[in-house]
Write a protein that binds this ligand. Structure first.
Ligand code: HPA
Length: 238
């Protein structure tokens, strides 16, 4: 019996999905990348609006699919892509909130370590390590790509949180003491699943808001400023 299509990815041909999948949180950003950067595009998923496309960039087959928000959501898609569609590498391209004043809006972060206060990995595979790591070779390839394009980035540790809204802020001292410079909600699950299934993963983030400053990106800025991060990911040779 075939495992595909899966409950959340309505595609019945593995060949429709490339070895490498770029994964923004937002389905419309996945569509934006397909529409503006890829040639010969086919759509392979629309289940629950988690749009997924495969196309060609600079002669290389590549897919882009939305993860939705939070570890439970990216966990479902990453697991199904790795396990049932034979995807080898997932590169998350997301947004984050800056914890420190030196991180400005639009700065690009390449995650080299990620801390969580979630119990995702404990429940997933009894892994009590509260740090997770991207795949070194993919991080190196992303660095090479960014350097080729002359785009600056900060390589650092981030916090993968289960919460966007908090009524209680005392957790902030702890995550900052652990070296987390920014916060998002997906990387820890992605890295944990990739490691458990012997696959590869990495994460690029653009600072979209700051816990130190009151300004946030406008919708227009979000579109243009994510461009550099998208280009680093697309130009990566794995
Ligand atoms: N918190 C959590 N996730 C995020 C944030 C944030 O402030 N900004 C972008 N993703």
């Amino acid at each position: 019996m075939s495992n595909i299509p899966t409950p959340h990815i309505g595609c019945n041909d593995k060949e429709m999905i490339a070895d490498t999948v770029l994964m923004p949180g937002d389905p419309l950003r996945a569509k934006y990348i397909a529409d503006n950067y890829l040639e010969d595009v086919v759509q392979f998923n629309a289940v629950r609006g988690a749009l997924g496309y495969t196309g060609v960039y600079n002669g290389r087959k590549i897919s882009v699919m939305a993860s939705g928000m939070g570890m439970p959501s990216i966990g479902i898609y990453a697991y199904e892509l790795f396990k049932f569609f034979d995807v080898k590498t997932i590169i998350r391209i997301g947004s984050c909130g800056g914890y420190l004043p030196e991180l400005k809006l639009y700065d690009i972060i390449l995650v080299d370590k990620c801390y969580t206060d979630s119990n995702y990995a404990v429940v997933f595979n009894n892994d009590y390590d509260d740090y997770a790591y991207p795949t070194e070779s993919v991080v190196e390839a992303l660095e090479t790509s960014a350097n080729e394009l002359g785009i600056k980035y900060e390589k650092c540790c981030i916090h993968s949180s289960d919460l966007f809204y908090h009524l209680e802020k005392s957790y902030l001292d702890d995550v900052k003491a652990r070296g987390c410079k920014a916060v998002e909600m997906e990387s820890f699950a992605l890295f944990t699943i990739a490691k458990a299934l012997n696959k590869s993963a990495a994460c690029l983030l653009t600072v979209s808001d700051s816990l130190c400053y009151s300004e946030e990106m406008t919708p227009e800025e979000r579109e243009t400023k994510f461009t550099e991060m998208i280009e680093i990911a697309l130009n990566t040779k794995l």
